[in-house]
Design a protein around this ligand. Structure first.
Ligand SMILES: [Ca+2]
Ligand SMILES: [Ca+2]
Length: 156
């Protein structure tokens, strides 16, 4: 019985919140934030990767990235490739633009490197949100070995 009061009180708060939300309550979909579906407009994002200027930093391996935002995630791991020889020593590679549902502010990234290439030393990545004209910086300074590996980096 000791728990009845706080539970009942919590229920009242929930009902009050719903009542205050009124007609807009139905359109609020916090579940979509973790599902990666998103409820906002499609926006364009460009991904930039700088490979470090040190011996052996470059690779020809497959590289994929997932961007985890404050509102949603990019739809899976996006293959980072274009007509250039990407991820060479001291190279600046741009990929996209990719059209995703609004992910909000990029929070962190997951970066996959395949085993189909040598080791790789990326220095940092950046995500450009076309809608706001904002670059988000994600320091990496990570050493990937010859094997398949996924690492995660904050975009503070
Ligand atoms: Ca390469
Ligand atoms: Ca390429």
């Amino acid at each position: 019985m000791r728990f009845r009061i706080p539970i009942a009180f919590g229920g009242v708060l929930v009902m009050m919140t719903m009542a205050l939300g009124g007609g807009t309550a139905a359109s609020a979909a916090p579940a979509a934030k973790t599902a990666g579906i998103g409820t906002n407009a499609v926006q364009n994002y460009t991904i930039f990767v700088h490979t470090a200027n040190i011996d052996g930093a470059g690779t020809d391996a497959t590289v994929r990235m997932k961007v985890y935002g404050t509102l949603a995630e990019s739809p899976g791991y996006v293959n980072l490739d274009n007509s250039a020889d990407n991820f060479e020593r001291n190279s600046n590679d741009y990929f996209g633009p990719f059209s995703w549902y609004d992910i909000g502010r990029p929070d962190f990234i997951g970066v996959y490197k395949g085993s189909n290439g040598s080791e790789w030393y990326p220095e940092y990545a950046q995500v450009y949100a076309h809608a706001t004209g904002t670059w988000y910086h994600c320091p990496m300074n990570a050493y990937y070995g010859d094997g398949e590996e996924t690492r995660w980096f904050d975009c503070p």
